[in-house]
Design a protein around this ligand. Structure first.
Ligand code: NAD
Ligand code: MG
Length: 399
């Protein structure tokens, strides 16, 4: 029996995870569900899976949830982040699904890594911000990281067992690997003109052609920042050097990424564009378990296409690669700037093309800063956020 904590339980990944888990009540016991403020959805999960604990980080939402739970409900509502952290690190918790969106996921994910848990990692922002420290901490604590992000899960599946068993110490070169091919759908605006991009609305940006996801990652996919964040994620997860990661646009999203070997072979992982496949892989790893997901029917697929990403049209991708080469302060600042800019775009405060502009100016403005500890990283994150919020307020005032 695994005792599982799900961070981001009401979101897209959290929901898919819980829909899979509920099929296997003898295998998983839900200890704790964490979300921000979705009272109704959390109440539904409480009645369906009867977790030991739940937490809503927003105090008003937590109070509302508490006051509306049915009489006799056994689930305890936690009030503070300290209580949540205690359950995460508690000896009886075996597994933590990290699926909070954004930098807000770092604190709890870090606690799980420090405590040496099995961590199913969807929250890519944790690695973008603190990848170097994060992987070193996992090595120290013995935490097992299983990548949920579909591309990283695909790469993981194509890697030799020797690396799968020890991601923190594995060497791509020693394992005979030439490079990782990170595939990208290109998002909903792959063929849009620059003039069309300037007019994109939040609703259009959230309409991904292949995947159903939360609003922030949907906008990131539309600007291709998501692929930039994934480039940084791959750099740390697999200790890949810049010349060992190549981004390939593949609009059909059938191949979820590939690994190319020095002997000229390439291994690819393929499947439907449904996150239940990589989540199910992680939940049951190293075994394969039927979860009701259908395999591909190659006779129905049609052709698969591949081409180079357009870094001019999608400057966020170029910025992320540059930040990755510059180091953790740059990737943390870029991630923070992007979160603020995407939130402002979703609220209609700035244009779609302003997101990359804000990100670029923020990177240029940030001074060199040390990132030797998690506190250093949180300081860089805060500084970049404050700077971008200030820029957006000035711009809104001018309108
Ligand atoms: P989502 O917006 O659907 O859900 C986000 C979840 O995080 C919600 O449960 C929300 O309540 C919770 N949350 C937000 N702020 C919080 C806070 N301050 N404290 C606690 N909980 C908070 O997002 P999603 O699409 O499920 O993505 C979650 C993560 O998984 C992201 O990092 C994303 O990049 C990654 N990911 C998602 C997909 C996908 O297909 N959705 C694929 C790969 C990776
Ligand atoms: Mg992905």
């Amino acid at each position: 029996m695994e005792n599982i904590v799900i961070l981001g339980a009401t979101g897209s990944i959290g929901t898919s995870t819980l829909e899979l888990l509920t099929q296997f009540p003898d295998r998983f016991r839900v200890r704790l569900l964490v979300a921000n403020r979705q009272v109704d959805k959390m109440r539904d999960w409480i009645s369906l899976v009867q977790p030991e604990y739940v937490a809503l980080i927003d105090p008003e939402a937590a109070a509302l949830l508490k006051s509306t739970l049915p009489h006799g409900c056994q689930t305890q509502v936690l009030d503070t982040t300290e209580q949540v952290t205690q359950i995460i690190v508690d000896a009886s918790t075996t597994t933590v699904v990290s699926a909070i969106v954004g930098a807000a996921g770092l604190h709890f994910t870090w606690a799980a890594i420090q405590a040496g848990k099995k961590v199913l990692l969807a929250n890519k922002e944790s690695l973008v911000m603190s990848g170097e420290l994060f992987m070193a901490e996992a090595e120290r604590s013995g935490a097992q990281i299983l990548p949920v992000d579909s591309e990283h899960n695909a790469i993981f599946q194509c890697l030799p067992e020797s690396i799968q068993a020890n991601l923190e110490r594995g060497s791509l070169t020693r394992a005979g690997i030439e490079k990782i091919l990170l595939t990208a759908s290109g998002g909903p605006f792959l063929h849009a003109t620059p003039a069309q991009l300037a007019q994109v609305s939040p609703a259009q940006a959230c309409q991904h052609p292949n995947w159903s996801m939360g609003p922030k990652i949907s906008v990131d996919s539309a600007t291709m920042m998501n692929k930039g964040l994934e480039y940084i994620e791959a750099r740390w997860l697999f200790d890949a050097q810049p010349d060992q990661i190549e981004i390939v646009v593949h609009p059909e999203s059938v191949i979820h990424s590939m690994v190319q070997f020095q002997d000229g072979s390439t291994l690819a992982q393929m499947g439907q564009a449904d996150m239940k496949i990589p989540i199910g892989h992680c939940l049951f790893y190293p075994k394969r378990q039927a979860t009701g997901m259908a395999a591909l029917d190659f006779k129905q697929l049609g052709s698969l296409t591949f081409f180079e990403p357009d870094l001019k049209k999608f400057p966020n991708l170029r910025l992320a690669i540059q930040a990755c080469n510059a180091g953790q302060a740059a990737t943390t600042a870029l991630n923070a700037a992007n979160e603020i800019a995407v939130a402002a775009f979703l609220k209609g405060k700035i244009a779609f093309t302003d997101i990359a502009e804000m990100n670029e100016t923020c990177l240029e403005e940030m001074p060199a800063m040390a990132t030797n500890t998690l506190d250093d990283i949180l300081w860089v994150d805060q500084r970049a956020r404050t700077w971008v919020i200030d820029q957006i307020e000035k711009r809104v005032d001018l309108c």
